[in-house]
Design a binder for this molecule. Sequence first.
Ligand SMILES: *[C@@H]1O[C@H](CO)[C@@H](O)[C@H](O)[C@H]1NC(C)=O
Ligand SMILES: *[C@@H]1O[C@H](CO)[C@@H](O)[C@H](O)[C@H]1NC(C)=O
Ligand SMILES: *[C@@H]1O[C@H](CO)[C@@H](O)[C@H](O)[C@H]1NC(C)=O
Length: 797
Amino acid sequence: MRVFVLVWLLCLCEVEGRKGWKGPWERYIRAPEDKRRIVPRGIWKTEGDVDVDVEEGTVRIGEGGWVSWEFGENISGRVCLVVEGVEGGLEEVSLAYSESYLFAGPVPDATTDRRMRDLPLRLGVEGPGEVCVGREFVRGAFGYFTLHVPKDGDGDGDGDGDGDGGQGWFWGVGMGGRISGLGRKKKRIAISEVRVSCSSFPSQGDNGREAYTGYFSSSSDLLNKIWYAGAYTLQLGSIDPREGGALIDYNRVVDHNRSPAGSWYSNFTISEGGSVTTDGAKRDRMVWPGDMFIAIPSIAVSTSDWVSVKNALRVIFKNQYFDGRLPYAGPPMGVTENREFSDTYHLHSLLGVFGYVLWSGDLGWLGEIWGRYLFALHHSISIVDDMGLVHVTSTADWLRPGMTGHNLEASALLHTVLSRSATLASWLGRDVPPLWAATQTRLETGFSRLYCPETGLFSDNIGQRSCYPEKGQPYSPVLPQDGNSWLLISGANLAPSGLPFRSPKSPSRAPSPLPHGPPTRRQISQKLRRRWLKHGAPCPEFPNTISPFASGFELLGHVHSGEVDTAVELMLLEWGHLVNGDGFNNGSTLAEGFRIDGDVQYPAYPSRARNSLAHGWASGPTWVLSEWVLGIEVKTPGGGEWEVKGTLTKWLGWVRGGVTLGNGGRVEVKVWRVVSEDEKGVVYEVRAEGDTKGVVAGMKIKGGERVVVLVREGDKGEGIDLGEVKVVGVEEDEWYRNTVVGCGGEEWVFDEDWKEPKMEEREQGVVDWGVMEENFRTEVWEGWEAHVGWVKEASDL
Ligand SMILES: *[C@@H]1O[C@H](CO)[C@@H](O)[C@H](O)[C@H]1NC(C)=O
Ligand SMILES: *[C@@H]1O[C@H](CO)[C@@H](O)[C@H](O)[C@H]1NC(C)=O
Ligand SMILES: *[C@@H]1O[C@H](CO)[C@@H](O)[C@H](O)[C@H]1NC(C)=O
């Protein structure tokens, strides 16, 4: 957008009482209309003795047989069966769930890390009637549900016949069914219905589609899918706090459960209140601060589920340690003497506070926790040492290795948090201690110790991962995606005068001229872009991985550098794979991560089946599209003031969308490319509702008003008399085509010649299997090899 002078406006003074935004874009919403009763789309696969009677609507399964149903996008909840009858003394059936079709079958995908696959769940059946799994067996996300009638002797129900030492995984209702007296007859069950009641997003009502308080719609079908997949991922990850804690091995330190390895349930209470946002729908179903920075604004622009967000933040602050540190995660972490901690997640929690207060306007709560907030912030300031960098005290981060020493990401996060903290303090009318700005200056000096002049990027830490190896050590700098992205987000001065240093530990300047010149945001943004592979941005700090979490930071890094085109290109590339790639959720939800060659395995885990395919930290595009492409930037808590300054980017012909502000006001933006006789331009139309005011292209607008601006190519903006804006068609889908704008005696219509540019071809990433195995050889995975044989056998099914 160029500079513009403006404009014109008219009070429409219209009052709209509706909650959602009605329109053709609603077809992209993946949430169920009635979550209380969800039925599968159909049978996906059967094996063995199975008889499907389409007319009667019954499915009969005999010993050893199984049926997998496919649910499509409706993928969370508690399963019930309507049993028509049982034969042959059948007392129990075996149930298995999977998010991906790749792991659909009688062996479930994985929630915990103790076995490669979860144990199947046994459900007792007594004969005709309805039978449901117990309340604790809510499966947070699945696209496939399998019912298996085990053969006698299949004690563990995994179908491998080993009986698993008689370790029956026998839970559910109706245990101990009657023997029908037909003992020698083959075991069989007849089912007439499978259905699910979904207990996710409890604070949003039963109709998941009406929960939307924001919308997004554009000329790119793929971006629309991505925006809504992010929103639905966050809906599924918002749960009843009493149905949390899928990591039963961590729960054990609190609830002393004696569940066998590979068993699962979800009844651990993870926060107060009636709803809470968690990391993922299948797992871990815990409050994870790593998700706060991205998830909170993405929730803000889609469903405004403040209750869930606030309960998550509250439990983190409630469990603050005596020295100011915030726990690595919510319960079961942070509540025992283990004191799990991560320097970066600690800072993510503080960023979560900023996101929540900015969008919701909850200054009252900020006031309540301000003392705790400062206590936490000053802990991080206290670990910035003589090097001018955060010297991390914990290796824990987003499961990426190498989080040690004077780390770039942690330092750049702190720089960002300090700026946001100053803003929070000003909202509360408090003084900003000079220590904060002084710490930022020290950090900027520290950053330049990490600059690698020969690469134009910053390295991970001082030491092995820098570009100045110790004598005798190999040259193998790690130029992290997370740290470099956070530097861009932080707004730090990247080239303080007299810097960078010759080497991290030397006080003298690097030789000049620098091969890539002093670092600039634009240059870092371009260098990150040049590393992209066929399926997304790699993160060298975590080999073999493409992370939509770290790439979420990268998206934000690009937009904070003014490179919105680059951010959208990365969405199309990486999130395009998450939406369309083989083995993911067919576009419903966004996964935790994946392998550099595009495979569904997340290299943090040896088991491919453990990846969480609905993980809130992957929802970055939902936020970025609303705030930087539509361009709705909230300026004051609750949205009393905002500014619209979006970039349509070269990837879009038109875009429209809206948000509901924390104070109840609403803003809607439409942007489209236009042509007149011999000129091109872009039209911006903004409407505001409620007690709110904003700025559009330098011009003021308040609730009840509408503004239309024409920006000619290479020219400034011009306000349009609303009488000159004519709607010539009725197809709501084609609003941009149906709107004709008169200006300067000319008519401006949609630019039909515009075409979406082609994406560059990029190479597919190659897996380094040696490094991959190295990563799994940590204590967490001790005994892992022992399970491989088990899975091999199971996959023979
Ligand atoms: C999801 O459930 C809704 C009913 O809530 C139904 O209309 C829709 O067809 C279902 N989608 C799939 C893919 O099964
Ligand atoms: C998802 O994709 C897989 C693989 O292409 C396909 O077999 C399956 O039917 C799809 N599921 C849905 C619900 O579309
Ligand atoms: C959670 O469910 C498990 C499995 O049924 C059970 O053993 C445990 O007692 C339950 N815990 C609570 C707190 O209800």
